[in-house]
Each structure stands twice: as C-alpha cells, then as structure tokens.
Design a binder for this molecule. Structure first.
Ligand SMILES: NC(=O)c1ccc[n+]([C@@H]2O[C@H](COP(=O)([O-])OP(=O)(O)OC[C@H]3O[C@@H](n4cnc5c(N)ncnc54)[C@H](OP(=O)(O)O)[C@@H]3O)[C@@H](O)[C@H]2O)c1
Length: 515
C-alpha cells in the first residue's frame, strides 16, 4: 500500500517550494557594507523580507567597512538606499525603525586583526541581547581581491565555527575567480576554513523567479519533457543582452570582459538548467549533481579552435534608444588599446545521449539595442510536402522562449492558418508572470538571502560546478591570448553586435532571434 507521507515527502515540488518557512534568529555580517551592492540590493532585499514577515525575530545586521561612520549614519545611508531601490517604494517609518534597531556598523579594515576581535565580541553581545543563538551569515560584498584576507581572518579568529551549537555560513559574491586556477585556489582557501555545506557562492540569476520556473516548467508539466532532446530540438539560443555600456565600472570591466562577467556564471547556469536531467529530488545536492553533469559533458573548445566556435566584439560609439554611448575604449578606466570583449557569442555541444548534435548558441553583450534575457528552444521543422504550393519558409519552426527579463514569462510560437487565405502565419501563446499572477516577483536577492538563512544551497553554486564552468571558459581565454587576431571596435553601440556573429550563425544555416 502507498504510504501517503512518503509520497509527499518525495514530491519534489512540495519539498522544493518550502512555503512559508522562517529562518532561525541570526546575525548577518556584511563585509563591504558601505558599497554599492549593500545599499542597492542587499539591504532593500532584507527590508522587503522584513515587510513580508519572513525574517526571524532578533534578526541583526553588522556592517563592516572602513568609512568612519557611526550606527546612525550607517542606518541613514541604508534607509536612503531602500527608498531609492526597494520594489515596494519608500520605507514605512514604523517598520523601518524596528528593522533598523538590529543594524549596527563596525569600522575596520579587512586586514586588521583587532577589528575581527571586535566583531567577535559584537556577535557574542548580539547572541545575548537579541537571541541570535550563535547563528551567523558572513556576506563577502567586497572587491574580490579581499576575499582571501577575510576568509583567513575569519578562520584565525575562530569565526568559522559557531558557539552554542549555532550555525555559520558564508556567502561569496561574483566574480568567483578569474580562471580555473584562481577559482580552485579560492575554493581551497574557503575549504581550509569552512566546510562545503557552509559555503554559498551566489549567482543572482538563480534567484530570479523565471529561472527557478525552468525546473517547474520542465518537470511539473507532462507535455514538454518528451520533446526535450535531440530528436525534436534543432538548437537552443541563450541571450543576455544589456543596453548600457560599462558606465562607471570601466576599471572593473576592463579586467573582466563579457566571457568572465556573464557567460562563465549566468549563461552557464541557464544552460545547465535547460539541459539537465530530472533530479531524483528537489534538494541541493540532487539538483546540483545533475547541473554539474551537464557542464562536464560540454565538449571543450581548445585554444586552437576558438575562432571556429567563438566570436568576440567590442563596441564603438553609437546610441541606444536615442541615448548617446561613448565608445568602449574612451570610457573612464578602460585602456586605450583594450583587448577586452564587450560582446561574445559561442557555440557549445553537450556530449550526452539527450543532446548529441544539438548546438547551444550563447551570446551576451553590452551597448546592444535592448536589455533582454531569454532562452529559446527551437524545434525541428516538419516535412513540408503537404504545403508544397506555399512559398519557401512559409512554415516557421516552433520556438519555446523562456523570458527572464524584462517581461518574465514564456511564449510558444506555432503556425496558424490565416483566416480566409491559404497562408500559414506564426502566432504566439503567451504566459506573463505579471498578468497571470497579479503580484510582483520578489527580487532575486530576497529569495537567495532567505534560502541561505534556511540552510538551503539549491540555488547556489557548488565547488565542482564553478570549477567545471571555468574549465570550459579558461581555454577560450588562452586561445585569445595565444594568437588570434587582435580585437578592435567592431560593432556600433546600439547594433546587435559584430557582423561576424551573424555570419557565424549563417554558416550553420541559422539566424539569431530578433528580440
Ligand atoms: N554592485 C553590484 O551591483 C554588484 C552586482 C553583482 C556583484 N557584485 C559584487 O559584489 C562585490 C561588491 O561590489 P560593490 O559594487 O558593492 O563594491 P564597492 O561599491 O566598491 O564596495 C566595496 C566595499 O568594500 C569595502 N572595502 C574595500 N576594501 C576594504 C578594506 N581593505 N577594508 C574594509 N573595507 C573595504 C568598501 O568600504 P570603504 O569604501 O568604506 O572602505 C566598500 O564598502 C564585488 O565583488 C562585486 O563584483 C556587485
């Protein structure tokens, strides 16, 4: 006889949605608390969680940075950050005052041992005063060069383990390394001080509702999965385009580039969710086991093959929606002869039974006409002899597009007869989050911060995943540095990227989607 309880406990959706759980009381220490990420994303996300009563009682924040602020100045800055950036508009004064009671500031430099001794005292004091029970989250919202110093100091001050049977977790921001070797080194440093289940490597794309919905869409509906393989799918296109240039992040970006900044993390995550096998459970390890198998099955692009599989570009001056954009090399912080790519397109093959022979085209760039993130699964065309008297290309292939931003939703393109005519025209079936549910989606950081406090690592990147992804990306960089043609501005800001990227698709008899 079926045991109802065991059926429920193995139902991935029931398990995975974790409706309404509230974390245990804890303190979040934000390293880099005077920075942009803290005031623009982290604290607005925490405030929204407080607004929705998802934070535990006694929840506290300690902001750690160098600026000589006191608690009141720090709280004022965060309040303006919430006012400017919260999806719920300006702050509610009563709610803010109870939320802000738990916020304090600790001035110190990351390499200053004394500051960690003070941090340790402050944490113990909060455990006693606000009942946080020795539970801590350390958030590294700092320049990546500071990660190893902070990790080392936390270990040296005994802060990687909690007193009183509490838990300690650490969230590490992107970028996680700049190549395979540095990512491995950072993992080694982290795991010399913390255990893997304590480590939460963040990729905020995984916190987006539509990205989480990829798994629900695939595995909670019976009709798509039988078509989700090489027999029915012609190819997959994943696009993440930005309409802005580098703005004031030229210095950072020039050391990074589109391949590191977008493809290694966000697009590889999207690819692995679209291509993975069904996990045996909706839990952190089962989901990540399947994702990492996809990354490991990707056929490597060796340095001498880079020009065949990868196109790179750099934008010159132009305009997007009437807004002038300075050419990349003239941006502040960018070297005058910079070889950094602001656009990249590549073709990958997953050597698995399911996906053999199906190309996955990935592209991402800056200063493109629109800000769009989407995954498009293009199905094979039907044999057309039935409609032989119609013009060539009259029947367009079915495309399932998962839209991540700006309008979150899913569309399916199908061919339909035009009324009164012997013609077929594509129409789309649309699902939009906004109109179907009538509520705004939570910000990615809300979900991710809450999951970390709940001890759920499903939407964070595991050590083997991050290294598998770098092992695909690093040989491409090696190919670029060891010989291929020098990069010069090859697309105008406001265009859809270099002409070579269109030719790259045409060689395969395909075109990029017009977005
Ligand atoms: N901003 C974003 O939207 C965004 C998005 C995704 C990922 N990230 C990642 O998040 C991290 C933080 O980005 P951010 O934009 O917030 O950087 P940021 O604005 O430059 O802030 C850096 C923070 O680190 C502090 N800091 C730097 N060196 C320090 C030291 N030696 N001792 C103590 N504090 C020090 C600074 O404090 P003082 O100035 O007070 O010294 C400041 O609070 C980066 O890894 C970035 O890649 C950011």
């Amino acid at each position: 006889m079926r045991n109802e309880n065991s059926v429920l406990s193995h139902n991935p959706l029931r398990h995975g949605l974790r409706i309404g759980r509230t974390p245990e009381p804890c303190t979040m220490v934000i390293f880099g608390a005077s920075g942009d990420l803290t005031s623009r994303k982290l604290v607005p996300a925490l405030y929204n969680l407080a607004r929705e009563r998802r934070l535990p009682g006694g929840f506290s924040v300690i902001g750690f940075a160098r600026r000589p602020w006191d608690d009141a100045q720090f709280r004022d800055l965060l309040r303006s950050g919430v006012n400017a950036n919260s999806r719920n508009g300006s702050v509610d004064p009563a709610l803010w005052s109870s939320f802000a009671e738990g916020i304090s500031y600790l001035q110190g430099s990351f390499d200053e041992a004394q500051a960690y001794a003070k941090l340790s005292e402050r944490l113990a004091e909060l455990d006693a005063r606000r009942g946080t029970g020795g539970n801590r989250v350390f958030y590294l919202a700092t320049p990546p060069e500071s990660y190893s110093e902070i990790i080392h100091q936390l270990g040296a001050h005994g802060l990687s383990r909690s007193p009183n049977g509490g838990w300690t977790r650490i969230i590490v921001e992107k970028p996680f390394g700049r190549d395979l070797m540095s990512a491995r080194e950072l993992n080694n440093q982290l795991l010399a001080v913390f255990d893997e289940p304590q480590v939460y490597r963040i990729d905020h794309y995984l916190g987006k509702e539509t990205v989480q919905n990829i798994l629900i869409f695939r595995f909670a509906n019976g009709i798509f999965e039988p078509l989700w393989d090489r027999r029915a799918v012609d190819h997959v296109q994943i696009t993440v385009s930005e309409s802005i240039g580098v703005e004031d992040r030229g210095g950072y970006y020039d050391r990074s580039g589109a391949l590191r900044d977008m493809i290694q993390n966000h697009l590889m995550q999207l690819l692995s969710l679209v291509a993975m096998e069904p996990p045996v459970a909706y839990d952190a390890d089962a989901v990540r086991d399947e994702k990492v198998k996809v990354l490991r099955a990707i056929r490597p692009i060796y340095p001498n093959e880079v020009d065949h599989y990868v196109i790179r570009g750099q934008y010159g001056s132009g305009s997007v929606s009437g807004r002038p954009i300075t050419g990349y090399r003239d941006e502040r912080g960018v070297a005058s002869g910079s070889q950094t790519e602001t656009y990249v397109a590549l073709k990958l093959f997953i050597e698995s039974w399911r996906w053999a022979g199906v190309p996955f085209y990935l592209r991402s760039g800056k200063a493109l006409p629109r800000r769009v993130s989407e995954i498009a699964v293009q199905f094979k065309t039907v044999p057309t002899m039935l409609f032989a008297d119609m013009p060539l290309n009259a029947i367009e292939p079915n495309v399932l597009a998962i839209k991540i931003q700006p309008d979150e939703g899913i569309t399916l393109k199908v061919g339909s007869k035009v009324p009164g005519q012997q013609q077929i025209r594509p129409v789309t079936m649309d699902f939009r989050y906004g109109t179907s549910f009538g509520v705004a989606s939570p910000e990615a950081y809300e979900r991710l911060l809450l999951d970390c406090m709940l001890g759920d690592g499903t939407l964070f990147t595991r050590r083997d995943e991050v290294e598998a992804s770098w092992s695909i990306i690093t040989p491409i960089h090696q190919g670029w540095t060891s010989g291929s043609a020098l990069l010069s501005p090859n697309y105008e800001a406001g265009s859809w990227g270099p002409a070579a990227a269109d030719e790259f698709m045409l060689r395969d008899g395909r075109t990029w989607r017009r977005l």
